[in-house]
Structures are given as structure tokens and as C-alpha cells.
Design a protein around this ligand. Structure first.
Ligand code: HEC
Length: 166
């Protein structure tokens, strides 16, 4: 009898504490692993009409106020503002957005510049991790890429290939 009672207590303990903890920990590991895998596989899709359409509306609502309705950036974008910060650069081919790989652009837009370069760097670029979904970030960057001339798109593809083969 007493043995039975003990084993019931043990079973209860197992189900109430140990099993949920294991599930929680496994869940967290899978969630974190999936997020990392997803971010390692970021690829812009400037040829997909649906992506571009979504990306354009995300751009108009979230980015155009600083980066310009025509992706032209802020006036005198290469000179510091009176507060010492940099203005928003253009996202067209006159800027340096296309110098960066898909993954880098995604990470900067999602987490902000400081997070990616890993040091303090006061700047006016917001992090969008709590504002836009990954799909919206990929779409807006795909829209930006879709506006570049073919020559620039090709160079950008090469930058991506170089990064992926590292
Ligand atoms: C409040 C103004 C503001 C808004 C809104 C904004 N940005 Fe920026 N962004 C900046 C500034 C300023 C920089 C340059 C920061 C620096 O280098 O000091 C920047 C830089 C960037 C860069 C890096 C460019 C490069 O060549 O290094 C990317 C990519 C970028 N922004 C994407 C976006 C996207 C996508 C959106 C909309 C979802 C957006 N930004 C909205 C101000 C803004």
C-alpha cells in the first residue's frame, strides 16, 4: 500500500514538474534553432510580384519618411547632422545599401545597427523587430532591390554568393 502511494506521488511529481520542464526546454531549443536557421537562409526575392507589392506598402508606411519616397535618402546624406548623427542614406543605386548582403540588410533592419556591429553607435535607424514580421522585412528589402538597375542587382547577387561561400 505504502509503496503504491509513494509511486503515485512520484508519478504526479513527474507529470507536474519534470515533463512540462522538459517540453519547455525542448521547445525553447527548437524555437531558437529555427530562428537561427531562418535567419541564415535569408534571401531577397526582387522578382516576385506579390513580395514587391507588399514590400512597397511596407516601405511607404515605415521607411519613406526618412529614406525618401523615391528611395533618394535625406538631403546631404553624407554630412553629419547638427546633433552629430548621420542622415538616412538613399536606398537607390547612389547609396550603399547594395554594398551589403541580403542577410546583413535583414539583420540591420530587424535588430538595428548597434546590435549587428556589436558596439555603441548612436544613430537614427530604428530596429523593426517588434514592428515588422520577418516576411515584411524581407519584402521591403526585396522591393528596394527590385528598383536597382540590372547591373547593380547582378553585383549584389555576387556579394551574396561570396558571403554564402565563406
Ligand atoms: C527615423 C528615420 C528612419 C526610418 C523610419 C528608417 N531608417 Fe533606415 N536608416 C536611417 C538612418 C539615419 C540610417 C543611417 C544610420 C547611420 O549610419 O548612422 C539608416 C540606415 C539604414 C540601412 C543601412 C544602409 C547602409 O547602406 O548601411 C538600412 C538597410 C535601412 N536603414 C533600412 C531601412 C528600412 C528597410 C526601413 C523601413 C522598414 C528604414 N530603414 C526606416 C533612418 C531611418
Amino acid at each position: 500500500m505504502s509503496l503504491n502511494f509513494k509511486s503515485i506521488i512520484k508519478n504526479k511529481l513527474l507529470f507536474l514538474i519534470i515533463v512540462p520542464s522538459i517540453i519547455l526546454i525542448l521547445g525553447m531549443i527548437i524555437y531558437l534553432a529555427e530562428e537561427k536557421v531562418a535567419e541564415a537562409a535569408i534571401t531577397l526575392n526582387p522578382d516576385n510580384k506579390e513580395t514587391i507589392l507588399l514590400g512597397k506598402s511596407v516601405y511607404v508606411q515605415n521607411c519613406a519618411s526618412c529614406h525618401g519616397a523615391k528611395l533618394e535618402g535625406q538631403k546631404d546624406w553624407m554630412s553629419r547632422l547638427p546633433d552629430g548623427l548621420m542622415p538616412a542614406p538613399p536606398h537607390d543605386e547612389t547609396g550603399h545599401t547594395w554594398h551589403h548582403s541580403d542577410k546583413y540588410l535583414f539583420m540591420i533592419t530587424k535588430y538595428g545597427i548597434e546590435d549587428i556591429i556589436g558596439q555603441k553607435y548612436p544613430n537614427n535607424m530604428p530596429a523593426y523587430k517588434n514592428i515588422l514580421s520577418d516576411k515584411e522585412i524581407i519584402s521591403v528589402l526585396s522591393y528596394i532591390k527590385s528598383t536597382w538597375p540590372n547591373k547593380v542587382k547582378k553585383i549584389h547577387d555576387q556579394i551574396n554568393n561570396r558571403e554564402k561561400s565563406k
